[in-house]
Design a protein around this ligand. Structure first.
Ligand SMILES: Nc1ncnc2c1ncn2[C@@H]1O[C@H](COP(=O)(O)OP(=O)(O)OP(=O)(O)O)[C@@H](O)[C@H]1O
Length: 597
């Protein structure tokens, strides 16, 4: 296959568009399917000719043998063509699916993080796997099958009209009614397919949540049945199927009955014509054999159209991904070569209707440590995300090195930013592979140097296979503090001049806290650091502290200046100190209890 034909599909697609993408292979698959289907009628023609020969006053047995040989040969050709069609259809379908998946993966990499908010990870996983798999049904099965299903009645009708036009017309009599019944059935099904699809989505999301939260579920002695949302979703699906079966059963019986009803007309009419002497016996037998097969492929077509309604939902979800605009990139990219200060000028940002930043202006000087402090939800993480263009500011400017982040080539911008956030994501793969995410060409020595500086080398060495130890899902098997130190090692390896840090020592023990703090001190040296601080004492010596309050800057300066002039900082400091006293007192009580005999 040509390389060009494997180019990723990055734009929204229609079903026909998809079929055209695989036109070459799928076209041949359809052509062979049509031929194969048409040939399925051929043996009946030869049987008919054989019957005529046998009913002749002096049957020619050699002619009968010749006709039988033809019938067998065409039957064999039919099966061979069917196999070829099957192989080609799957080959074409998988190529198109592959291009779609690569296209979607690429687009997900280009869209802002806001795209993912409100769409569960389960939802996107389903779109990339199940929804794309669903399209296989259209490309590899429905396309050749539906075309072949249409070919069978046409070939059969041609055969019947060639034999006797009166009976052929009679065998078509139930067709108009059957088509009306089919139309009504499909319209009803289309209305309900969206409900079905919603139910499927709810079940998938709930199963995902149940599995992720299994520890909590077990800890409270619950099971799947008592997991209310999940059992509600499953009950909803069962109810839907019962309702649908009840509402549509009469329509289906009528429809399938009409499809085979032509025999009720053809059999007596043919017998009457035969008695009248205008229809010979072989032709009559031919109609008894072939007439019921003329309309039945419509049933297959109807099933196929029903499945197609579900696939339309799948394609809509795929197009939702492909149709999301990528982050804009500058037409003529330039890269500033001076100091990399971070500037926020009157920046506003909202998540949906919630205002997170409300006209923030501040500067984080190159080579300095700037701390962001504020109560929970005051907008600290949002500021950091805007620097890395994980989200786009609604208005105002976020500048790096004097240039708006939207004017930076995204790759160049991200190459200059190291990120250590609270939630550390580690992928399936070895410790070394997780570290090399930051710099794929790093040597083993560089890897170890970064791990040493991040105070991670010792615990990595103690793992069963050292740097080659495979990490489970999301780094399972490592403590929170260890994951943090791996993430710091990753940032050290990247060696980016700007560092976005979410100080994350709040939930780790004292030993880990001290190690992480040492690792962070090493990491911050000589870089432009924007650090989100939860413990004010860790940033008391920062070059500049910015106090955020409800999405606004409530004060900025050094620790002692803020303590003197900024009421919001004074409040934070008071709360921080009293929480610290409380935890020291609690520690003291625990120590005393442990020391007691
Ligand atoms: N992805 C999101 N979708 C919707 N709202 C969000 C999202 N992320 C943050 N918010 C909201 O925006 C506001 C600012 O959040 P942000 O995470 O920036 O605050 P923060 O100061 O970093 O909080 P914390 O210290 O608790 O991490 C909050 O009201 C928060 O609920």
């Amino acid at each position: 296959m040509k390389a060009a034909s494997l180019a990723p599909l990055t734009q929204p697609q229609s079903f026909w568009g998809l079929a055209l993408r695989g036109a070459h292979t799928l076209g041949w698959a359809c052509a062979t399917a049509i031929l194969s289907a048409a040939l399925s009628v051929a043996p009946f023609w030869f049987l008919y000719r054989i019957a005529i020969e046998l009913f002749a006053p002096r049957p020619d047995l050699s002619e009968v043998r010749r006709l039988a040989a033809w019938a067998l040969a065409l039957l064999a050709l039919r099966w061979a063509l069917m196999a070829v069609s099957h192989v080609l259809a799957h080959k074409g379908a998988f190529a198109v699916q592959h291009r779609l998946r690569v296209g979607m993966a690429r687009r997900l990499n280009e869209v802002p993080l806001s795209f993912f908010a409100g769409r569960g990870s389960g939802h996107l996983r389903r779109t990339l796997t199940d929804d794309v798999n669903n399209l296989e049904g259209f490309l590899a099965h429905m396309l050749p099958d539906a075309i072949a299903s249409a070919a069978v009645p046409l070939a059969a009708m041609a055969l019947l009209f060639a034999a006797d036009w009166r009976l052929a017309l009679a065998s078509l009599l139930p067709l108009p009614l059957a088509l009306v019944a089919q139309h009504v059935l499909m319209r009803r099904a289309a209305g309900r397919m969206r409900e079905w699809s919603e139910l499927q989505k709810r079940i998938a999301d709930q199963v995902g949540e149940y599995v992720r939260g299994i520890t909590v579920v077990k800890a409270y002695g619950r099971d799947a049945r008592s997991f209310g949302e999940l059992s509600g979703a499953v009950r909803g699906a069962v109810g839907w199927v019962e309702d649908y079966a009840r509402d549509s059963s009469a329509g289906w019986v009528l429809f399938t009955g009409l499809l085979s009803a032509n025999l009720v007309i053809v059999a007596p009419l043919g017998a009457w014509l035969h008695v009248q002497g205008t229809l010979d016996l072989p032709t009559y037998v031919l109609f008894l054999l072939v007439a019921p097969a003329v309309l039945l492929p419509l049933l297959r077509l109807t099933f196929a159209l029903g499945e197609q309604l579900q696939r339309a939902e799948s394609l809509a979800r795929i197009n939702d991904v492909l149709g999301t605009p990528a982050l804009t990139q500058p037409a003529q990219p330039t890269i500033p070569d001076g100091r990399l200060d971070l500037d926020f000028a009157d920046v506003r940002h909202r998540y949906g209707s919630r205002l997170a930043l409300d006209g923030v202006s501040l500067r984080a000087e190159a080579g300095c440590l700037t701390a962001l402090v504020g109560t929970s939800g005051s907008g600290k993480s949002t500021l950091a995300r805007l620097v890395a263009r994980l989200y786009e500011a609604e208005s105002g400017h976020v500048r790096v090195g004097g240039m708006d982040v939207r004017d930076w080539p995204l790759d160049a911008l991200l190459a200059r930013i190291g990120i250590v956030f609270q939630e550390v994501f580690l992928f399936h793969g070895s410790v070394a592979e997780n570290l090399r995410l930051a710099r794929p060409d790093a040597s083993d020595a560089e890897l170890q140097a970064a791990a040493r500086a991040a105070r991670a080398h010792d615990f990595i060495q103690a793992l069963p296979l050292g740097y080659d130890t495979p990490l489970g899902e999301r780094g399972a098997g490592l403590s929170g503090g260890e994951r943090q130190r791996l993430s710091i090692a990753r940032a050290l390896l990247k060696d980016a001049p700007i560092l976005l840090l979410d100080e994350a020592t709040a939930s780790v023990d004292a030993e880990n806290e001290a190690l992480i703090q040492q690792a962070l001190d090493t990491l911050c040296q000589g870089r432009t650091v924007l650090m989100i601080a939860h413990r004010l004492r860790t940033v008391m010596h920062a070059d500049r502290i910015i106090v955020l309050d409800a999405g606004r800057v409530a004060g900025q300066g050094r620790h002692d200046e803020l303590l003197r002039d900024c009421p919001a900082y004074q409040r934070l400091w008071r709360d921080h100190e009293s929480a610290r006293d409380w935890s020291l007192a609690a520690d003291g009580r625990r120590d005393a209890e442990e020391a007691a005999p």
